[in-house]
Write a protein that binds this ligand. Structure first.
Ligand SMILES: NC(=O)c1ccc[n+]([C@@H]2O[C@H](COP(=O)([O-])OP(=O)(O)OC[C@H]3O[C@@H](n4cnc5c(N)ncnc54)[C@H](OP(=O)(O)O)[C@@H]3O)[C@@H](O)[C@H]2O)c1
Length: 231
């Protein structure tokens, strides 16, 4: 399979890229700003799998990324929009820039990347887009003070997922979102120092891998909570 994973330099995206690369025959374009960290993915390659490193800031237009991907892949089977930005600040201290950056990385980047990659997705028999959202953006879930900008941007991503499940159905492109609860990564440790996540990045990645490779046959337009808590 041909896969693009954003935010593959650390945390859940890094572990997900490694999960794909450990299976022969997978070609993964790994996207993030930190090229040095991306380069360490090479040692996860097994016989017949390949990683292509793409240093890219997803707050810039995705045209160059899509053009490069089109030169590397004949078709794109799975796009995993995993890169994320979290700002944890009281509502009264959040600035306009905090909201803008949250929306840029967590909502606009996936939206425009999906659009730029549609022609490549349409050449695949699989055509699965998996947006990595958050429980914080799920309607009715327990909310955490300080995450107003983050959770609202993830809610926007969830809504986009449901909408594209319908709008892209005629192209047979399946669009789903996974909404993790908490996984032990730099993002979580920085936002909630001292909190012990019940799930490792590798465990979360294992689930993302299984979902991305199988769910396209039966699910589209859904936002799926991936959490051990009930709400
Ligand atoms: N960990 C959790 O408990 C948890 C819970 C719910 C949802 N999530 C979601 O899961 C996803 C992964 O989270 P994580 O915990 O693994 O986060 P992380 O450890 O902070 O990793 C974030 C990744 O996103 C990349 N990234 C951020 N801004 C970027 C930009 N402008 N351009 C390109 N890449 C960018 C980072 O790479 P560079 O810095 O190298 O660019 C990094 O690879 C996120 O969408 C997050 O919201 C996580």
């Amino acid at each position: 399979m041909n896969i693009i994973i954003t935010g593959a330099s650390r945390g859940i995206g890094y572990a997900t890229a490694r999960a794909f690369l450990s299976v022969p025959g997978h070609q993964v374009i790994a996207v993030a700003r930190n090229g040095k960290a991306l380069a360490t993915l090479a040692d996860a390659c097994t016989e017949g799998s390949r990683v292509i490193l793409m240093e890219y800031d997803l707050t810039t237009p995705p045209d160059d990324l899509a053009a490069s991907a089109g030169k590397i892949f004949d078709s794109l089977d799975i796009l995993i929009n995993n890169a994320g930005y979290l700002v944890n600040k009281p509502f009264t201290e959040l600035e306009r820039g905090d909201y803008l950056r949250s929306m840029e990385v967590n909502f606009l980047a996936p939206a425009f990347l999906i659009r730029a990659l549609l022609p490549l997705l349409e050449r695949s028999d699989i055509r699965h887009v998996v947006n990595i959202s958050s429980m914080g953006g799920v309607q009715g879930s327990a909310k955490f003070p300080g995450l107003a900008a983050y959770s609202a941007s993830k809610a926007a991503l969830n809504n986009l997922t449901e909408l594209l499940g319908v709008e892209l159905a005629e192209k047979k492109i399946r669009v789903n979102a996974l909404a993790p609860g908490s996984a032990d990564t730099e993002m979580l440790r920085a936002a909630f120092p001292g909190y012990e996540a019940p799930v490792t990045a590798e465990e979360m990645a294992g689930f993302i891998f299984s979902f991305a490779t199988t769910a396209w046959k039966v699910i589209s337009g859904k936002v799926i909570p991936v959490a051990l808590t009930v709400t």
